[in-house]
Design a protein around this ligand. Structure first.
Ligand SMILES: [Zn+2]
Length: 250
């Protein structure tokens, strides 16, 4: 079963192709990875605002009830004063008159007190209503944003599901073309970097993974594609950026 040994160049191309496929899968993961978090953060924030709105609404209602209570007290006192004034017109003696005067005076003081309390409550009510409507506005904005993000996430999932499956199949297929030893190295390097890059190109005389400069002699060797070259700073596999093209003639 004679199988022609692959050239280093072919191996490098295969590894680089695998990297390109896997990087596309990583991109999908990143896209999905951030949106669900944003959505759940917004949901938490809205729940917090809802609690605040409920509390503020309850306070507003209490203050409105308090103001009504003071107003009712004032009305009651005014009624009493009218009655006392009526009675004063028909008093039998001075003592009775004095007593009614005193009662009237007391009701006037009651009215003043209720008026003051009602005024205080009204000022507090105005402030709370201001905070309440600002909070409601903020909540409405967050709900709108949440709807946008949810739509975005839904469409990403709908759009990427097929692509992701296809890419994963491609990745599996591509892996089968690569020898185990290289694959193990690739997986190990890929796992050790958050950006998942194990095979990188040389860009502007530097490693495309860690951006450290690559000496000219090493660059020459990379472009000759005779040996698999590793970046001495980050251990990533280096390929020249024209890897999919033929080596330019001397
Ligand atoms: Zn490097």
């Amino acid at each position: 079963m004679a199988q022609t040994e692959k050239t280093v160049e072919e191996k490098m191309r295969e590894l680089y192709s695998l990297q390109e496929i896997d990087s596309q899968i990583d991109e999908i993961e990143i896209l999905k990875g951030e949106l669900p978090m944003e959505v759940s953060d917004l949901e938490d924030e809205i729940a917090g605002l809802d609690t605040r709105i409920n509390r503020l609404s309850a306070t507003v209602k209490e203050l409105q009830q308090e103001i009504s209570r003071h107003e009712a007290n004032i009305a009651e006192s005014e009624q009493l004063i009218l009655r006392y004034e009526d009675q004063m017109n028909n008093v039998k003696n001075n003592r009775e008159y004095e007593a009614l005067m005193k009662e009237t005076e007391m009701q006037r003081l009651e009215i003043q007190l209720s008026d003051k309390k009602a005024g205080g409550a009204a000022r507090e009510l105005e402030a709370k209503q201001g905070t309440l409507s600002a909070t409601q506005e903020r909540r409405d904005d967050k709900v709108k944003l949440l709807e946008v993000k949810q739509e975005e996430l839904k469409s990403i999932i709908a759009k990427t599901e097929k692509t992701e499956k296809k890419l994963r199949r491609q990745s599996e297929k591509q892996r089968k073309t690569i020898e185990d030893r290289l694959l193990r190295g690739y997986d190990k390097i890929r796992k050790s970097y958050r950006n998942g890059l194990a095979v990188v190109t040389v860009e502007r005389n530097a490693c495309g993974g860690c951006f450290n400069a690559i000496p000219p002699q090493q660059q020459l060797e990379i472009s000759q594609r005779k040996r698999i070259m590793i970046c001495e700073h980050c251990n990533r596999i280096l390929v020249d950026h024209n890897i999919n093209e033929e080596v330019p003639a001397e």
